[in-house]
Design a protein around this ligand. Structure first.
Ligand SMILES: *Cc1c(COP(=O)(O)O)cnc(C)c1O
Length: 448
């Protein structure tokens, strides 16, 4: 669901015309609906209520502080994958104790900062990382709770770039190694190994991969209990779908019912559950609004050239993803009744929707059926752009990052100002000479 609807012939975000917001803040801009964020969060919590999970929102899906604060106010924790994301969670007022930290390549500085902040759980991805965490925690005289990320070797049937629970991916350790891992490290006094973590991929549109992964995890919990290790928490990761097309994703309750079947008995034995949803909360809660700069025809091809492309939204060119795109204020004949590859509206013709960058890969849609009267100056909405949109945006071609707006009812707030050219160059305007000899000496000292 979402609160982006066509009313009175134009697109509204909650109770505001998108056109008014875009005219105020300019384009490209991301617009988020607070009501949609809240509704998604609440539905998730309700669906999983029997295991009362800590919902740690995945900061990497959309890390805007306005979005984080909205979810934090509802009681969300945060799933972070870098020191920068932990800093964002903290800036949004989320205590580190409600944060879980995953990632195959945490630096020493990031690990130490997370320990000092009082991180809820470090999700550890390898033997080498565990040894480093244990060593750093001992050095700091601290204890930190650790969950082992396991790789259950299931196929989530999603894009290979976002498939993370198969053996050949870089994430976690496989199940056979998990028992040895606990045997070897399960009694460490500084790094307390007490949880299991999995995140098998994204987006996942069927419940079977979850059922399969959790079944394997439950068996591992029993094996570990026999080995004398008690698991206190299971983090099920994220990966629930979003509606890129109308009603594409099964309702959250559908995932929950399948998961609860296996999870509830574990919960009744005292195991605490954590979820790390990103996309399912924020994807449909955001749109990207663009202005049409030019249209042109080249051979049989019709192009719509917009004021941003892969710099603002990388997913189409990086993953080949589908995003529904439609004019913000179409002619009455072109009001869409559904969001789909083919919206089944007479008078539409195939277009490539492209950005201004100097790359052939700079597109948002190829051969897409769109109204044939789209013209210079029109506003286009790119739907389901809240997740992995702004968080993957770049400044390629020295394009300032888009503005971000959070709308609630009739009120709109700029939650990220549009960047200026000065922002683009901020770290280059002053140069700093360094003494290379001194750096060498410090390195020699550090590696002695
Ligand atoms: C990206 C990621 C998530 C969130 O995935 P979604 O598909 O956005 O729900 C959760 N956990 C981990 C470890 C991740 O890397």
């Amino acid at each position: 669901m979402d609160l982006f609807t066509y009313r009175n012939g134009e697109l509204y975000v909650e109770d505001l015309p998108v056109r008014h917001v875009a005219e105020k803040v300019g384009t490209p801009c991301y617009i988020y609906s607070r009501g949609t964020l809240e509704e998604h969060y609440d539905r998730l919590v309700a669906a999983f209520a029997p295991i009362a999970p800590l919902v740690c929102y995945s900061v990497k899906s959309c890390g805007n502080l306005g979005v984080l604060r909205t979810l934090a106010a509802r009681g969300a924790g945060m799933d972070v994958v870098s020191g920068g994301e932990l800093a964002r969670a903290s800036a949004a007022g989320v205590p580190a104790s409600k944060c879980v930290y995953a990632g195959v390549g945490k630096t020493d500085a990031e690990i130490v900062a997370a320990i000092h902040a009082g991180i809820g759980l470090l999700n550890c991805e390898s033997e080498a990382e565990f040894e480093n965490i244990a060593c750093l925690a001992a050095r700091e005289g601290a204890t930190v709770r650790v969950a082992l990320r396991i790789n259950p070797d299931v196929d989530p049937k999603t894009h290979r770039y976002t498939s993370t629970g198969k053996k050949e991916t870089k994430f976690g350790v496989d199940l056979e190694r998990a028992r040895q891992f606990f045997a070897r490290y399960g009694r460490d006094r500084h790094a307390r190994l007490e949880g299991l973590h999995l995140h098998i991929g994204s987006p996942i549109y069927t419940v079977d991969p979850y059922r399969e992964a959790l079944t394997k995890t439950a068996a591992l919990v029993d094996d570990l209990a026999r080995d004398g290790f008690e698991i206190r928490s299971i983090d099920l990761g994220g990966g629930f779908g979003a509606d890129y097309e109308s009603a594409q994703s099964p309702p959250l309750k559908h995932y929950a019912d399948a998961i609860l079947e296996i999870a509830k008995p574990l919960y009744d034995r005292g195991i605490r559950f954590i979820l790390e949803p990103g996309r399912t909360i924020v994807a449909n809660a955001g749109i990207l609004v663009l202005r049409v700069l030019y249209t042109k025809t080249s051979g049989d091809k019709r192009f719509i050239i917009c004021d941003a492309g892969m710099n603002a939204l990388l997913r189409p060119s990086h993953y080949g993803s589908f995003h529904f795109i439609w004019p913000v204020a179409p002619d009455a004949a072109y009001l869409p009744s559904r969001r789909a590859l083919d919206p089944e509206i007479p008078g539409t013709v195939a277009h490539d929707v492209v950005g201004p960058l100097c790359e052939s890969g700079d597109f948002l849609a190829l051969d897409r059926m769109l109204p044939q009267n789209i013209a210079r100056g029109d506003l286009l909405a790119v739907f389901t752009a809240g997740a992995y949109g702004m968080s993957m945006a770049s400044r390629y071609n020295s394009t300032p990052l888009p503005a971000e707006v959070l709308v609630a009812g009739k009120t709109a707030e700029i939650v990220r100002a549009r960047e200026t050219y000065t922002d683009l160059m901020a770290h280059e305007l002053e140069t700093t000479p360094i003494e290379v000899g001194a750096v060498d000496a410090a390195l020699a000292e550090a590696t002695r």
